[in-house]
Structure formats: structure tokens, C-alpha cells
Design a protein around this ligand. Structure first.
Ligand code: C5P
Length: 406
């Protein structure tokens, strides 16, 4: 299973009354670790077991419980919340909630949301074993299953009361694994993505170099998103201070020439190359063996041009799908389109840099440009942009979607 199997999935978690409600707290954590966005709705009974504040802190979102909560309705109305949800998960689901759902009753916020949403529904029942085995509950479960609801559990084992049997809530990790399995393989399943990231450093002498302000965050986010979408991902990173995203392999380099060598070594093993690195255009003609001393006069550094890595890859006969970045300070689209043509790229992700935008920030704004189309991606976290960028890559690759075999 890849590390973020629920990346960006918007999950509405309904928590109903029962002692197992405390386990829903850990479930929120696990869902978020798996990449999901979570909004929690408590039934009135659930709120007696665990406070809304706990869920609010864990989900990093406001928690709803009543239909008539005016301030919450003003922030996100219940119909909007129903539309927001891509998946509804009810854990724990009490016998009472199961009964109300089965009969289409909408007498509180959670059941109203379930009726108002077309998102798939998964329920993880938790109740006393006799309540679970009761013919009424079993009939309600059958009704929900017939409507394509997925029933997760319940597990067998000791209960809060001194008896044992079916009725225990599944463990949060099991619920997350089941939800991940429901998502199917990611859109990039089976593909190999190579990403270059970060700046390059071109040494002048043993202590000085020419660098740039790239943090590497965009490239690292792309590698992370690629893995979340089912690909295998390899990063060739210039000098950055970022942890390697889980599931990604990484090779560190320093100069443009080292980056070129590392990228060209990997190209035969990749289907998609995303050149997010801010490769230095020039390097000193010669590396001074010792620290340069002040001479009291102006110093002229002779620079020579670096190889253009992405253009070289795009010119290969058996080239992967090639994505370049274009960081511009003005006239973004025009320059980006020129870059698309000149470097023979399949897609360019363009952004405006300078004035604190783009480099070294956690969010960004991109325009995707390809032959015959463009798409503006409004300001968002780099991980969200990375997912959107990869979705576009998948769409553009579709007509020639065969995985290259060597
Ligand atoms: O020409 P410019 O530097 O604006 O192009 C940016 C794109 O080209 C980026 O995708 C960058 O990674 C790539 N590039 C490269 N090698 C260079 C310069 C830029 O691969 N020497």
C-alpha cells in the first residue's frame, strides 16, 4: 500500500453514540495520515461520549452536530457539506443510525447529510452483540448493502459489557486499509516518475558558489503526489533541507552537471520526467582551487553556460513524457509557450516569481500550458498543485497511454 492511499480524498466522518466513539478520534488521525481531508459530524449521542473540541483539534476543521447551528450553517451549509464529501464514513455506526439510514429518515444533521449526498457510504457498526444480531438490525444492514453501502466489520471480540461476540468497531487502521482498497489503484499505477528538484550550486572556490532561492518544495511535493497516485518516484535533488517523502527514492547532487548525469542515468527507467529543479544557467569557467582573496579591485568571474537538461531529455528518440517548469518575473504565458516549443516539452508549469512568490514558499500558483491548451491552477498548497499537475499529465498521456517497454 502506498503511504498516502487516501491523498486529498474529502471524507465526511459521521460519529454516532457508543463507547467506541473514542476510537473515532484515532481514526481521524489515521485518515489524515493517509492523506485524507476530514470533516467530522457528531450525532447528539456521540457528543456525550467525546467532545466536539477533540475532533476539531484532530481534524483541523470545525465540527458539526446540529442542523440548526446558525454560525456553522453560515460557514458551510449542510447541503454544501454534503456536496463537499467525496466519501461518507460512519464510525462507529450505532444500531439506531443504521436503522434511520436504512429507512431514509433525516431527523438530524448526519442522516440529513447522508440523504443529501451522492457520495459512497461506508459504515463501521459498533454495538452490543445482541443488538447486532437482532433481526431488525440485520434487515437494516441488508437494506443498506443493497443500496451499495459498504459495511466494514464489526469485529468479533470482548465488548464493553462482560460478554464477547460480533459488534466491536474495527480498528482504525483496518478501516483506513478498507477505504484505501475501495479507492482502487491510483491513476499513475505502474508508471515510473523521475523528478528533479531544488537549486544547483555552481562552485566558485572551496567556500563560495552561485546558487538560487529554490527550496525544492515543489519537486518534493510532486514526488510525494506521484507515489500517492500509485507511481514509483525517484528524486534527483540539488542541495535542499527537506526530508525524503515516504516511498520515494532519492539521489542528492550539487551542480547542474551532476544533475544532468544523474537524470540521464535514470531516464531509461522512467515514463514521466518532471524537471522542477531550478538548474543554474551558468557555472564558473574554472573552479579556483583555493579561496579567492580580496585584491582591492573589481573581480570579473568568467561563466560558461550549463547544459539544458530538460531540453536534452526532450530531444531523445525514446523520450518519456517531459514536463518543464517556467519561472518568470513577467509575461509568464508568452515565455512559457516559447519554452514549450523551443525545448520540445509536452507540458510546461509556469509561475511568476519574485516579490516573495513561487520560490521558498509552501504555496504557489501555476498555469499549465501544453500544445493546444492551458489550465490555470489558483493559489494553493504545493501538494495540491502537484496532484493537479499529475492529473493533467495523466489526461495528456491518455491517447498514447501505453507504458513504454524496454
Ligand atoms: O530556460 P529556463 O531555465 O527558464 O527553463 C526552466 C526549465 O528548464 C525547468 O524545467 C528547468 O528544470 C529546466 N532547465 C534544465 N536545465 C537547465 C536550465 C533549465 O533542465 N540548464
Amino acid at each position: 500500500m502506498h503511504p498516502q492511499p487516501l491523498a486529498n480524498l474529502r471524507i465526511l466522518l459521521g460519529v454516532s453514540g457508543g463507547i467506541a466513539a473514542y476510537k473515532a478520534c484515532e481514526l481521524v488521525r489515521r485518515l489524515r495520515d493517509a492523506g485524507a481531508q476530514v470533516r467530522v459530524v457528531l450525532t447528539a449521542n456521540a457528543a456525550r461520549f467525546v467532545s466536539a473540541l477533540t475532533f476539531q483539534a484532530l481534524s483541523a476543521n470545525a465540527v458539526r452536530s446540529g442542523l440548526w447551528d446558525e454560525s456553522a450553517e453560515a460557514a458551510m451549509g449542510h447541503i454544501e457539506l454534503a456536496r463537499w464529501a467525496q466519501h461518507i464514513v460512519i464510525a462507529p455506526a450505532s444500531a439506531d443510525v443504521i436503522a434511520r439510514l436504512a429507512h431514509g429518515i433525516a431527523d438530524d444533521l448526519l442522516t440529513t447529510l447522508c440523504l443529501a449526498s451522492s457520495a459512497p457510504l461506508a459504515i463501521a457498526p459498533a454495538m452490543n452483540l445482541r443488538m447486532w444480531e437482532h433481526a431488525a438490525t440485520q434487515a437494516n444492514i441488508a437494506t443498506l448493502r443493497a443500496r451499495a453501502a459498504v459495511v466494514l466489520g464489526p469485529a468479533d471480540g470482548p465488548m464493553a459489557e462482560p460478554e464477547s461476540g460480533p459488534g466491536r468497531l474495527l480498528e482504525p487502521v483496518q478501516i483506513v486499509a478498507a477505504l484505501a482498497a475501495l479507492q482502487g489503484p491510483g491513476p499513475l499505477a505502474g508508471l515510473r516518475v523521475l523528478v528533479s528538484a531544488g537549486p544547483t550550486c555552481e562552485d566558485i572556490d572551496p567556500v563560495r558558489f552561485i546558487g538560487n532561492r529554490s527550496s525544492g518544495r515543489m519537486g518534493f511535493a510532486i514526488a510525494q503526489a506521484a507515489v500517492a497516485q500509485g507511481a514509483s518516484a525517484h528524486l534527483v535533488a540539488g542541495p535542499v533541507h527537506l526530508p525524503t517523502p515516504a516511498g520515494v527514492t532519492r539521489e542528492d547532487v550539487r551542480s547542474a552537471e551532476q544533475m544532468r548525469a544523474a537524470v540521464l542515468r535514470q531516464i531509461p527507467h522512467c515514463d514521466i520526467f518532471i524537471s522542477a529543479a531550478a538548474v543554474g544557467d551558468y557555472r564558473p569557467l574554472a573552479l579556483a582551487p583555493h579561496k579567492l582573496k580580496k585584491s582591492g579591485k573589481a573581480l570579473a568571474l568568467r561563466l560558461t553556460e550549463n547544459p539544458d537538461i530538460v531540453a536534452e531529455v526532450a530531444a531523445l528518440k525514446n523520450k518519456p513524457f517531459v514536463v518543464g517548469f517556467a519561472a518568470e518575473t513577467r509575461d509568464v504565458e508568452r515565455h512559457a509557450r516559447a519554452k514549450l516549443e523551443r525545448k520540445r516539452l509536452d507540458l510546461v508549469a509556469a509561475n511568476r516569481v519574485g516579490d516573495g512568490a513561487g520560490f521558498d514558499a509552501t504555496d504557489n500558483e501555476l498555469t499549465l500550458i501544453w500544445h493546444g491548451g492551458k489550465q490555470a491552477l489558483p493559489r494553493a498548497d504545493k501538494i495540491d498543485l502537484a496532484h493537479a499537475l499529475l492529473e493533467r499529465v495523466v489526461a495528456l498521456r491518455l491517447p498514447k497511454t501505453k507504458v513504454r517497454r524496454r
